[in-house]
Unconditional design. Sequence first.
Lengths: 111, 113
Amino acid sequence: RKEVEQDPGPFNVPEGATVAFNCTYSNSASQSFFWYRQDCRKEPKLLMSVYSSGNEDGRFTAQLNRASQYISLLIRDSKLSDSATYLCVVARGGGSYIPTFGRGTSLIVHP
Amino acid sequence: GAGVSQSPSNKVTEKGKDVELRCDPISGHTALYWYRQSLGQGLEFLIYFQGNSAPDKSGLPSDRFSAERTGGSVSTLTIQRTQQEDSAVYLCASSPDRGSSLHFGNGTRLTVT
């Protein structure tokens, strides 16, 4: 089982739609969680950190379920500019702090 | 302020040649990472430097790969006797401290012919 797993998609949605991505992780000792966004042929950029209580940043909401070991990202009122690949990132505590990236979920928002 | 800088942005080399990739992290960032991303694949961890500690080399795929970080700042990733399967985008990232998010450079696209 991969350490971080995501549905690769693509998710193809119309503008204005709400879309949700899930990500599962295998290591229960994981302590830090993030969502990154990667545009085609560009470097990944931090979208948001994920906190235990859940957190929101504008149209984006992230949630963490430690018991089930999954993280979610909800995007409301999708924009064309949201089209990108969304990477789930998990890092363990203790020893080396090494973020592990999922392969990403592709989102295409169309007019 | 300046972000993470990587050079060269593109490198084409013949199989069997050695290559050096350079990363200038954000000033003051103590953590530095190298990842690589093959076409259509996720990011694969290679090596991690944290302050003056010994680097975590657990992700290096073979002994042809090595990296160093001089003076706690600039890092160089060296690939010896390159193979075609080494073709990928090599991404460097830095972080202000342990536990913070990563700031990536634009990457070096390596093509081995």
